[in-house]
Design a protein around this ligand. Structure first.
Ligand code: NAD
Ligand code: DAU
Length: 353
C-alpha cells in the first residue's frame, strides 16, 4: 500500500508527510514541482528512508502522472499542491489558474483513469482527498454564524476563486464519474516550515531582524487559526473515515484579530529572545490594506467532530509558543528560504504600501 501526496514539499504537505511516516509504515510518493514555496529542506529528516519517494514534477504533467500512478499504484491521493498566497494571487493570478484549476483538472483526469482500471476491494477502497480552504466561503459579518459545509461559495480573491473552482471540479468528478473523493476546507494554519510570506512567520522573522511589522489596514480582520499538526490529523481522520463525496470543515475554534496575533508573537519574542532596542511591538506599522480583503473567517468544525471524533489537540497558546520556539531554533532554515527570489517578493508586495 502506498499513498501519493502532491505538494508535499510545501508548508502543510511536508508536515503531513513527516507526520504520516512517523505514525505509519505505509510509503509516500511525494510529487512536488518545487516552486518558490517547495523546499526539500523541510523533508531532510526523511533522507535515506525508502518509505519516502520524492519526485520533482508538475501536477499539470499528464504523462508523469500516468507513469507515477502505474508504477506505484497508490491506494489514495492526497492533493495539497497549489499556489497558496492571496497577495501573490493579486499580483499575478495566472499561476493560480494554471496550478489550482488546470492542474487539479489534469490530476483528476489521470486519477480517474487509474481508478477506473482498478477492481474489487482496491477500487472500493480508493480515495482522492482534496485539501482546500475556508476562503472559498467568502467573508463573514462580525456576528454571523461560522461557516458550515453548506455555506454558499463566495470567493473574493483570485486565490480563493481558483480553490473554489478546484473544489467544484472535485465535486463534479464524484457526481459524474463516481470518483471516490473527500474534500476538507481548513482555516489558517501555522507552525514549523511556514513560508515567511504569511502573517505569523513574516512577523517573527521581521521582528528578529528589527524590521517593520506590516499590519494591513486596521488589523481587525479575523481569522481562525489551527496548528498545522492538527490539520494533518484532521486530514488523516477524513481520509480514513470520511464519507464519500462529503466535505468536512477543519478549524481551531480560535478566532483572532490580526493585530492580536501580531501582539502575541511580539510578547512571546519579548519573553524568549528580548531585544536590547525594546519591546518588539514598537515595530508594528500600519500599511495599505490588501485589495478586497476578507474581513472575517470562522469555521464550524462540528461535523468532523460528530462523525469522526476529531478535535484539535493544540490550543492557540501551546501552538504559537511551539511555533515561535521553532523559528528561534531554525535560523538556517529561515536564512535559506530568504535567499533567492524572496527579497524580490517582499519588495514587490510591501514597497508601495
Ligand atoms: P505552500 O504554498 O506552502 O505549498 C504548496 C506546495 O505545492 C509547494 O511545495 C509547491 O512547490 C507545490 N506546488 C505548487 N504548484 C505545483 C504544481 N503545479 N505541481 C506540483 N507541485 C506544486 O502551501 P500550503 O500552505 O502548504 O497549502 C497546501 C494546501 O493547503 C493548498 O492546497 C492550500 O490551498 C491548502 N490550505 C492552506 C491553508 C494555510 O493556512 N496555509 C489553509 C487551508 C488550506
Ligand atoms: O484561511 C485559509 C487560508 O489562510 C489559506 O487558504 C491560504 O493558503 C493561507 O495563505 C491563508 O490565507 P490568508 O490570506 O488568511 O493568510 P496570510 O498569512 O496571508 O494573512 C493572514 C491575515 O494577515 C490576513 O488578514 C492578511 C493579514 N496580513 C498578512 C500579511 C502577509 C497582514 O496584516 N500583513 C501581512 O504582511
Amino acid at each position: 500500500m502506498t499513498i501519493l501526496v502532491t505538494g508535499g514539499a510545501g508548508f502543510i504537505g511536508s508536515n503531513f508527510v513527516l507526520d504520516w511516516l512517523a505514525q505509519s509504515a505505509e510509503p509516500v510518493v511525494n510529487l512536488d514541482a518545487l516552486t518558490y514555496a517547495g523546499n526539500l529542506q523541510n523533508l531532510a529528516a526523511l533522507q535515506g528512508k525508502p518509505a519516502h519517494v520524492f519526485v520533482k514534477g508538475d501536477i499539470g504533467d499528464r504523462a508523469l502522472l500516468d507513469s507515477l500512478l502505474a508504477t506505484h499504484r497508490p491506494r489514495a491521493v492526497v492533493h495539497f499542491a497549489a499556489e497558496s498566497h492571496v497577495d501573490r494571487s493579486i499580483h499575478g493570478p495566472g499561476a493560480f489558474m494554471k496550478t489550482n484549476v488546470e492542474g487539479t483538472f489534469t490530476l483528476l483526469e489521470a486519477v480517474r483513469q487509474h481508478w477506473a482500471a482498478l477492481d474489487g476491494d482496491t477500487k472500493t477502497a480508493f480515495r482522492f482527498h482534496h485539501v482546500s480552504t475556508d476562503e472559498v466561503y467568502g467573508s463573514l459579518a462580525p456576528d454571523a454564524p461560522a461557516f458550515t459545509e453548506t455555506h454558499p461559495y463566495e470567493p473574493n480573491s483570485p486565490y480563493s476563486a481558483s480553490k473554489a473552482a478546484s473544489d467544484h471540479l472535485v465535486r463534479a468528478w464524484h457526481h459524474t464519474y463516481g470518483l471516490p473523493v473527500v474534500t476538507t476546507n481548513c482555516s489558517n494554519n501555522y507552525g514549523p516550515f511556514h513560508f515567511p510570506e504569511k502573517l505569523i512567520p513574516l512577523m517573527i522573522v521581521n521582528a528578529l531582524a528589527g524590521k517593520p511589522l506590516p499590519v494591513y489596514g486596521d488589523g481587525q480582520q479575523i481569522r481562525d487559526w489551527l496548528y498545522v499538526g492538527d490539520h494533518c490529523s484532521g486530514i488523516r481522520a477524513v481520509l480514513a473515515g470520511g464519507r464519500l463525496g462529503e466535505t468536512y470543515n477543519i478549524g481551531g475554534w480560535n478566532e483572532k484579530a490580526n493585530l492580536d496575533i501580531v501582539k502575541t508573537v511580539c510578547a512571546l519574542l519579548d519573553e524568549l529572545q528580548p531585544s536590547a532596542a525594546g519591546p518588539y511591538a514598537r515595530l508594528i506599522t500600519y500599511v495599505t490594506d490588501r485589495p478586497g480583503h476578507d474581513r472575517r473567517y470562522a469555521i464550524d468544525a462540528r461535523k468532523i467532530e460528530r462523525e469522526l471524533g476529531w478535535r484539535p489537540a493544540e490550543t492557540f497558546e501551546t501552538g504559537i509558543r511551539k511555533t515561535v520556539q521553532w523559528y528561534l531554533s531554525h535560523g538556517d532554515w529561515v536564512a535559506n528560504v530568504q535567499s533567492g527570489g524572496y527579497k524580490d517578493w517582499v519588495a514587490a508586495n510591501y514597497a508601495a504600501r
